[in-house]
Write a protein that binds this ligand. Structure first.
Ligand code: SF4
Length: 215
């Protein structure tokens, strides 16, 4: 079986932006997270349902890496295979660059131009959405070596879906991301949990999943 190595995923990166202690705990003490509440489970399920509905409506013939892979180790190689076959639409396209793993909800190609789409079941666009897709852009571009369009898909009361082009904002964050990746790797290479006090940041932009442990 081919395996691939990565230091952290997009989820861990977003946690690191909130607090490097959260990043460290997520990587090495995952089991210390608070149990998921019924409310959070429902929110996650709503997100999955929204994503599935959008993708089956607009990309019914896409190659879904998650569905064809026997296990997660196969994701990057299957993505490469789909790219070699010139597949136009790939779901869960998976890339590792600078030891960071990302999975694109949608990677599509229109008139030869690549586009990544991140689907969020959220009323409004927020900074975390931009940071999320900006990391995907950094890693995916690092592998494909091509400029892309970055789009966030949100629900829309009238049209069903609203597509927001955030390419400009995403490009503006690329240099900062390179610095963050280096910093997070340094943090993860330490042999101790970062000493961070609890404060307002524990709930911004989301309630930290290690809230119970720290409090
Ligand atoms: S609860 Fe606060 S201090 Fe503890 S890991 Fe989370 S964000 Fe960091």
């Amino acid at each position: 079986m081919t395996t691939f190595n990565y230091k952290f995923s997009k989820t861990a990166y977003i946690k690191g932006l909130q607090c490097v202690k959260q990043l460290y705990l997520y990587k090495y003490y995952y089991q210390l997270q608070d149990p998921l509440t019924a409310e959070i489970k429902e929110k996650f399920q709503g997100g999955h349902d929204f994503e599935d509905a959008y993708r089956s409506k607009f990309f019914p013939f896409a190659v879904d890496i998650e569905k064809i892979a026997k296990n997660r180790n196969a994701y990057p190689a299957l993505t490469q295979k789909a790219l070699q076959k010139q597949v136009a639409d790939i779901l869960e396209a998976t890339f590792v660059f600078q030891e960071v793993l990302v999975m694109n909800d949608v990677l599509t190609r229109v008139n030869g131009i690549w586009e990544i789409q991140e689907i969020k079941n959220s009323k409004e666009l927020n900074l975390t959405h931009i940071q999320d897709i900006a990391l995907q852009y950094f890693v995916t571009k690092g592998v494909l070596q091509k400029d892309m369009i970055a789009t966030i898909v949100l629900p829309d009361e009238n049209e069903g879906y609203k597509l927001i082009d955030v390419t400009k904002e995403v490009k503006g964050l690329q240099q900062e991301i390179a610095g963050n990746i280096k910093h997070f790797k340094d943090v993860l290479d330490e042999s101790f949990i970062p000493n961070i006090d609890i404060s307002n940041h524990c709930e911004m932009p989301y309630k930290c999943s290690f809230w119970g442990y720290c409090h």
